[in-house]
Design a protein around this ligand. Structure first.
Ligand SMILES: Cc1cc2nc3c(=O)[nH]c(=O)nc-3n(C[C@H](O)[C@H](O)[C@H](O)COP(=O)(O)OP(=O)(O)OC[C@H]3O[C@@H](n4cnc5c(N)ncnc54)[C@H](O)[C@@H]3O)c2cc1C
Length: 391
């Protein structure tokens, strides 16, 4: 069959690209190997899809080339996507920090994209696997389990490696390599971190306990919740910093981000000289954590017995708790994949390969990864829109 555009991957970026190209009158085929499109959208945001962030800036993305995402993000903004959501009368609300979620279900976003694609005359083939891609005389031939398709434009929208059980594959990277592209090393991002040894022994049974922290690693810092798990640490603050963490690096966790811990302790020493450190800390931190920190790290005695220098030292420890993760929970639970197709070989305005005319890469398969909070979908919409306008 002859098409103008074949898009491999019916996820967030692929469906947006298909819609935009279809509206331009292009004959568009989306090939999706899973039995339905948009499975990651369905499971996103706890089933409510955090579909964008109104505060999106290029600074919310990690990439070897931090400038790459600017052009597409500027041309398709959160306001554009919100317009589409409102046109389809999908109720939404803002949670924190500009994060927009559906009021009822992520299903509404998938249904909206599929409806938009249908209205734009796009053909979507699900449960269809690509077996081979070749290029002859400027045309791509895509051999699938349901026949061979030819098109002048081929868009790779296969996403990253996270959650393989939802259909994630490394196929996009294989296509990139087949056509001479560089694929930068990939690793799991927005992922819980694991602990081992004494850190795991000391904190494992606090599983389920959470507290607000400011976590630092490699020049990045995030203020949000830390959640203890039975294998390590998670929660939004830890997921955010996980994208900056690499094996061997330490985290520094400020357990009292809203205050200077030394000043807090000095104030309490004046007011409660007979109270033990563990009791005083139990007013500022979850009690079980305060108790545990005193048992395994800080010690505890009545406040009046601490010299000022000792309290300053303990305060500094509380504002910079050193933590050495042993690893991450990996792609099984990661929300995103860091690394991917090198953006230096792709046009930032059209997403077209600089090596092969007519070949495009959009969404997470590229080396562009957003912070937690709706930024990854905004990148999928924006990059899909950029390619959809030119394919
Ligand atoms: C649990 C979870 C929750 C998330 N929540 C949010 C959130 O709330 N907000 C946010 O911004 N981001 C969230 N993300 C990240 C977001 O889902 C992704 O960044 C986004 O979906 C990437 O869009 P994409 O189109 O590039 O890839 P995907 O949406 O993953 O789409 C890729 C598609 O390609 C298909 N595919 C793969 N290989 C092949 C192949 N060989 N042949 C044919 N088809 C193939 C896949 O089945 C899939 O349908 C979440 C991710 C996870 C895992």
């Amino acid at each position: 069959m002859e098409w103008d555009v074949v898009i491999i991957g019916g996820g967030a970026a692929g469906l947006m690209c298909a819609r935009v190209a279809g509206l331009r009158g292009r004959r568009v085929l989306v090939v999706e190997h899973a039995n339905r499109c948009g499975k990651k959208i369905l499971m996103s945001g706890g089933g409510r899809c955090n579909f964008t962030n109104t505060g999106t800036t290029p600074g919310n993305f990690l990439s070897a080339n931090p400038h790459f995402c600017k052009s597409a993000l500027a041309r398709f903004t959160p306001t554009h996507f919100i317009g589409l959501v409102e046109q389809h009368r999908i109720g939404y609300h803002e949670k924190e920090l500009g994060q927009l979620f559906c009021d009822d279900s992520s299903k509404r976003i998938v249904a909206m994209l599929l409806q938009e694609c249908a209205d734009a005359g796009v053909t979507v083939e699900t449960s269809c696997s690509v077996e081979r891609i070749t290029q002859e005389q400027g045309h791509f031939r895509v051999a699938t389990t349901r026949g061979t398709h030819a098109a002048a434009s081929l868009v790779v929208a296969t996403g990253g490696l996270s959650i393989p059980s939802m259909g994630a594959t490394g196929f996009g990277y294989e296509i990139a390599r087949q056509f001479g592209h560089t694929v930068l090393a990939t690793r799991a991002g927005l992922v819980p971190l694991t602990l081992s040894g004494k850190h795991l022994d000391h904190y494992q049974d606090l599983s389920g306990l959470s507290l607000p922290v400011e976590v630092h690693c490699d020049g990045a810092r995030f203020r949000n919740q830390l959640l203890f798990t039975h294998r390590g640490i998670s929660g939004p603050g830890i997921l955010q910093i996980s994208s900056y963490w690499q094996p061997g690096k330490d985290l520094s966790i400020d357990l009292l981000p809203a205050e200077d811990a030394a000043e807090f302790l000095a104030g309490r020493q004046a007011r409660q000289p007979a109270s033990e450190l563990r009791t005083v800390l139990g007013d500022a931190l979850p009690k079980r954590l305060a108790q545990r920190l005193c048992d395994v790290w800080l010690g505890s005695k009545p406040m009046r017995q601490y010299r000022p220098a000792e309290l300053r030292q303990i305060g500094a420890q509380l504002n910079a708790w050193p933590m050495v993760p042993s690893g991450t929970e990996g792609y099984r639970t990661a929300e995103v994949t860091l690394g991917g197709v090198d953006t230096n070989e792709v046009s930032s305005s059209t997403m077209e390969s600089r090596r092969v005319r007519g070949l495009y890469f959009i969404g997470e398969v590229l080396d562009v990864t957003g912070h937690l909070g709706g930024y990854n979908f905004q990148w999928a919409w924006a990059s899909g829109h950029a390619a959809g306008n030119v394919v």
